[in-house]
Ligand binder design. Structure first.
Ligand code: FAD
Ligand code: 2HG
Ligand code: ZN
Length: 482
């Protein structure tokens, strides 16, 4: 990786860095080799920061923010830096302070009667899942970046992932929060109460705010019973309408046991087979579409396996589906999941693509795909949509690769806005949203004004100005409030 030398600092900046160092310790204010903080996961957004401060406690965060507020220094909160919309990347000014929460990784409490876990914001998602499991509980937020994303980042993006169908988005998994406001005050909402109607539910403002309203320092998370049985199936189908029919069928046969219903196009699957070591074709023949289903429950493993087999045999008989393999062990389940979860990583190796993270009424998905495919083909003959996503939630990752000939990577990236416009106009036509789960960040900020009502945008700006009148907290992310 290319290293970046420290930019020449002005006398004022040197004073700031020294003052910040007295708050968190000199070794926790980084000013050199910042690329892993200044560049986003996809290498699409890159900025230059004044420094990266790495606090350990809420009090340190509060002092850092107070200092920044007093000296008009803009702040970019950051967790694991796996975000896909540039929300955690600073601008190019070299004047913004990244406050990275990774050292705030303490578990503060596990309450097995209230079924809650209280954690600092820098806890890595996978470590939270593992601690829940070791206590015979489930923390159900799950996504491919779980080994490096942090709960503060998950909450700030209201992350979705692969179990939303059963357990909801991150918003549904948070009972309480502690937040440092843009003036440095600590807002104490760290409660594990399941009922609290004492006025506005303030925590909701910060969930999904992408760090624009304050820095989340800790959270109380909901835990669930750990399922005793889990079955995964990989299914080959001929069309998206067939996948939608299957969704209806499995919802009625397995109702709340259905935790995941993921759609994968043949093109997405081929990319994984091509680029991911150990990836194997699970079915004998190829199919235009695949669905990965997971059901879990507190019944016996063989009973759950039997009931899912029965439902899928019925779907085979009536030709809703063409073929199916059902996991017989935890390892087989993991292998099937790897085929789904590695799509993003495999796409990185396959060349640059133009991403879309859209949500639609589930009933409109097939028509949306047909219509968006047709519009893109008209504009770019031979274009290759790589379609996959959380069909059970109506969430598609409709990522567009260029035609095989005619575009260099740079030329294709230059089409980003035009391709976005074509796709997002179809999203609007079918009453969808241009950001289902990844957020807005800088990637979709300017486009948002075309798809959200003026009243909604103005209400967002009013809230931003009320909480952050000097605009220091992650400025120019999500909305332009200046
Ligand atoms: P960062 O990237 O560091 O930050 C994200 C945003 O949150 C930024 O705006 C940042 O300013 C803000 N922020 C971070 N920490 C705080 C804090 N403590 N207080 C206030 N603001 C803060 N997302 C999904 O929803 N579903 C998926 O299935 C999914 N799969 C992914 C798969 C891969 C391979 C990758 C690379 C990403 C995926 N993502 C997915 C996107 C990403 O992982 C999530 O958005 C994740 O929640 C970001 O967490 P993070 O800690 O990396 O946050
Ligand atoms: C997923 O569902 C993530 O795997 C990433 O949300 C989607 O790469 C993407 O576009
Ligand atoms: Zn996703």
């Amino acid at each position: 990786m290319q290293t970046h030398k420290m930019q020449q600092k002005t006398p004022d900046q040197i004073i700031h860095i020294s003052a910040l160092s007295t708050i968190v310790g000199a070794s926790n204010v980084l000013t050199e080799d910042l690329q892993s903080y200044e560049l986003d996961w996809r290498k699409k957004f890159e900025g230059r920061a004044l420094a990266v401060a790495k606090p350990k406690t809420t009090e340190e965060v509060a002092k850092l923010v107070q200092y920044c507020a007093t000296h008009s220094i803009s702040i970019v909160p950051q967790g694991g830096n796996t975000g896909l919309v540039g929300g955690g990347t600073p601008d190019l000014s070299g004047e913004q302070l990244i406050i990275n929460c990774s050292r705030m990784n303490q578990v503060l409490d596990v309450d097995l009667i209230n079924n809650t876990m209280t954690v600092q914001a820098g806890c890595v998602l996978q470590s939270i899942q593992e601690l829940a499991a070791s206590n015979n509980r489930l923390f159900p937020l799950a996504l491919a970046a779980q080994g490096s994303c942090e709960i503060g980042g998950n909450i700030s993006t209201n992350a979705g992932g692969v179990q939303v169908l059963r357990y909801g988005n991150t918003r549904d998994l948070v009972l309480g929060l502690e937040v440092v406001l843009p003036d440095g005050q600590i807002l104490p909402l760290l409660t594990g109460l399941r009922k609290d109607n004492t006025g506005y539910d303030l925590k909701q403002l910060f969930i999904g705010a992408e760090g624009t309203l304050g820095i989340i320092t800790a959270a109380v998370l909901k835990l669930f019973p750990k399922p005793s049985a889990k079955v995964t199936a990989w299914i080959g189908l001929s069309s998206v309408p067939a996948a939608m029919q299957l969704l209806t069928l499995v919802k009625s046969s397995h109702s709340e046991s259905l935790t995941a219903f993921e759609l994968i196009s043949r093109r997405a699957h081929e990319i994984v087979l091509r680029h991911i070591d150990g990836a194997r074709e699970p079915l004998n023949e190829t199919h235009p579409w695949y669905v990965l289903i997971e059901v879990n429950d507190s019944q016996k493993q063989d009973r759950l396996q039997e009931s899912l087999s029965e439902a899928l045999m019925q779907a085979l008989e009536n030709e809703t589906i063409q073929d199916v393999v059902i996991s017989q062990s935890e390892q087989e389940s993991r292998n099937l999941w790897a085929l789904r979860e590695n799509i993003t990583e495999a796409q990185v190796h396959d060349g640059k693509n133009i991403k879309h993270d859209v949500s639609l009424p589930i009933s409109q998905i097939a028509q949306f795909i047909e219509s968006a495919d047709a519009q893109l083909e008209k504009a770019y003959p031979g274009v290759r949509p790589v379609n996959f996503g959380h069909l059970g939630d109506g969430n598609l990752h409709y990522n567009i690769c260029p035609p095989l000939q005619g575009f260099t990577e740079a030329q294709w990236m230059a089409q980003w806005e035009k391709v976005n416009t074509i796709v997002h106009q179809q999203v609007a036509r079918f009453n969808g949203s241009i950001s289902a789960e990844h957020g807005v960040g800088q990637l979709k900020r300017d486009e948002l004004v075309n798809y959200k009502s003026a009243v909604a945008l103005n209400t967002m700006i009013t809230i931003k100005k009320a909480l952050d009148p000097s605009g220091i907290m992650n400025p120019r992310k999500v909305i332009n409030s200046a």
